[in-house]
Write a protein that binds this ligand. Structure first.
Ligand code: HEC
Length: 158
C-alpha cells in the first residue's frame, strides 16, 4: 500500500533486492568509467582550454598577420620571435618550429605542441630558455579562432 513497485518480482523478494544492488553497481561502474575518460582526455592540459575546443580550420595568412601585429590585448609574437635567419630576440627563433613540433611532444601532434606553447607556455620550457618570459595570457587575450590561425601559420614554418 502506497509503495512504488520498483523492480518488483512478486514471487521472490530477495531477487528483487539483488537486482537493485546489481543495477546500482552497474551505475557506479559506469560513472567511474565516464569520470576516468573525462580525466584522461583533459589530463595532459593544465586547464579546460584544449585543442579539442578549437574551430576546425585555421587561416595561415590571418595567423601571420596576428603573429606580426598582435592585438590591443595580445602582445605581438614578433616582439620576441624571429621567423627568418635574423638574430634571435628574447624568445627562440621559430624557423623550423613546425618540424620540431611534430616530434617535440611524445604521443602528441604538432598542433598539440604548438597549442601548448601558446596557451600554456610554462607547461614546457624550451631548453636554454627560462620560463615566465612568454606571456601566459594568450588563452584569454586570443579566441579559439585566432589561436587556430596562429597554429596554421606556425605549421608552415618547416
Ligand atoms: C615577451 C616575449 C614573448 C612573446 C611576446 C611571445 N613569446 Fe613565444 N616564447 C618566448 C620565450 C622566452 C620562449 C621560450 C621559453 C618557453 O618555452 O616558454 C617562447 C617559446 C615559444 C614557442 C616554443 C618554440 C619551440 O621551439 O618549441 C612557441 C611555438 C612560441 N613561443 C610561440 C609564440 C607565439 C605564437 C606568440 C604570440 C601569440 C609568442 N610566442 C609570443 C617569448 C615570447
Amino acid at each position: 500500500m502506497g509503495t512504488v513497485p520498483v523492480c518488483r518480482r512478486p514471487a521472490d523478494g530477495r531477487t528483487d533486492l539483488n537486482l537493485m544492488l546489481l543495477k546500482s553497481a552497474k551505475v557506479v561502474a559506469l560513472i567511474i568509467v565516464l569520470v576516468t575518460i573525462a580525466a584522461c582526455s583533459t589530463g595532459d592540459w593544465p586547464g579546460s582550454f584544449t585543442p579539442a575546443t578549437l574551430p576546425a580550420q585555421g587561416n595561415a595568412a590571418q595567423g601571420k598577420a596576428l603573429f606580426q601585429a598582435g592585438t590591443l590585448q595580445a602582445t605581438a609574437c614578433s616582439a620576441c620571435h624571429v621567423v627568418d635567419n635574423s638574430p634571435a630576440e628574447q624568445g627562440p627563433s621559430l624557423v623550423g618550429v613546425a618540424t620540431r613540433a611534430e616530434s617535440g611532444w611524445s604521443g602528441h601532434s604538432a598542433t598539440d605542441y604548438l597549442f601548448r606553447a601558446i596557451v600554456y607556455p610554462n607547461a614546457h620550457i624550451v631548453s636554454g630558455y627560462s620560463g615566465g618570459l612568454m606571456p601566459s595570457n594568450y588563452g584569454q587575450s586570443l579566441n579559439g579562432q585566432q589561436i587556430q590561425d596562429l597554429i596554421a601559420y606556425l605549421l608552415t614554418l618547416k
